[in-house]
Design a protein around this ligand. Sequence first.
Ligand SMILES: NC(=O)c1ccc[n+]([C@@H]2O[C@H](COP(=O)([O-])OP(=O)(O)OC[C@H]3O[C@@H](n4cnc5c(N)ncnc54)[C@H](OP(=O)(O)O)[C@@H]3O)[C@@H](O)[C@H]2O)c1
Length: 435
Amino acid sequence: MAEPLRIALAGLGTVGTGVIRLIETNQAMIAARAGRPIEIVAVTARERGRDRGVDLSPYAWVDDMQAMAERDDVDVVVELVGGSDGPALTLARAALDAGKGFVTANKAMVAHHGMELAELAAIKKAPLAFEAAVAGGIPVVKGLREGTAANALNRIYGILNGTCNYVLSEMEQTGADFDEMLCAAQDKGYAEADPAFDIEGVDAAHKLAILAAIGFGTRIDFEAVRTEGITQVRASDIAQADALGYVVRLVGIATLENGDGECRLLQRVRPCLVPFRHPLAAVTGPTNAVVAEGDFSGRLLFQGAGAGDKPTASAVVADLIEIARGQSGAPFSVPVSSLQSCAEADPGDRVGRDYIRFTVADRPGVLAEITAAMRDAGVSIESLIQRGRAAEGGDVQVAMVTHEGPERCVSEALALLEGSESLTAAPLVMPILKD
Ligand SMILES: NC(=O)c1ccc[n+]([C@@H]2O[C@H](COP(=O)([O-])OP(=O)(O)OC[C@H]3O[C@@H](n4cnc5c(N)ncnc54)[C@H](OP(=O)(O)O)[C@@H]3O)[C@@H](O)[C@H]2O)c1
């Protein structure tokens, strides 16, 4: 058999130890499929003495993580440390600069610095791979780079954060409110102690920006992702959506428009109403799912575990097998120099239906004020529901679904209502996902 592919592993936490276990467990099968063994040569983490439940004695311990990039006995550096900048980025630059392969699960770093790293990889002719950075164990990067390579894609969307999906689908099952279900997610280990990146949609935005670049052949533009999280979604919104035939999911949606020799890209992460019959409505718990629509392939659904030691390790080692085979292509589908730069599409141009929830003072004239604003902005209301009566001086919730129309009209209506004393909290707008 050919010479082994020798790797250095930086980071021995959830994913790093998963990679060690996977390489040890499936060693012979991996070697057969890769055409040569994959051998861990060196490892590092912050604390050398910590018991990680895996035997590290066969591997050289490296105190200075950055030294991994300089070792002659290493072909590929695997970074499983995390953080968009700092030591992970320094290591990525050093490894690629030294002409070594670089594999990472670090979505934050790829979303922020993926273009720079892909440019360096191209100059140094070094493989760069990050299957595990998007949707954990789901081979969606490979699916888009290779499986849909012959298709024009103009919409990629999906459930990209397991924590949010767990919280929303548990709110749906139990009728409990957001805070309670977030605590449940933390107890089950689905949410970090600081869950801000998850619940505010930032983690999903990282993944969406990467998917858009791969699927559309456009330069990553993370800063342009319009991001809303799920903290404003109430149990009552979920009950209301259910009565109307929808579930609520945090969905990342990227759409590409080409015309007049220019491309326009719209990337958004926001809670959406998903019709019961849509495949994403059946995606519950911490599962992730990505939908890509190709002009010849039609709708494709990639679904599976978006996180966890085993699924994420599976994606990392798949990248290593590809490198061992000598098959790694352009990390973003086309050479980085050919990726298109797109302007941002105007979100006001989106034509669709929306769910809008108002929290209002329970007094006469409030509904008339809201419907007048809608009329003046050209928003046509399909249904309007006011549930129950508040106790003296309390708030009530008014939910409406609009007919299909330009999003800018809804924004105009809300602008007309801004500052109104009838509204006691900011309205929540959730688009209704088209079939
Ligand atoms: N967990 C998942 O399911 C999942 C899924 C997809 C992608 N990812 C991505 O995979 C990466 C790793 O995630 P994880 O969950 O495995 O994280 P983790 O459990 O927190 O592990 C991080 C590891 O990095 C080490 N480390 C941190 N700073 C270091 C430094 N300055 N020098 C050397 N080592 C350092 C830590 O060392 P100590 O152990 O000594 O503290 C730890 O072993 C992240 O980019 C994450 O976004 C994770």
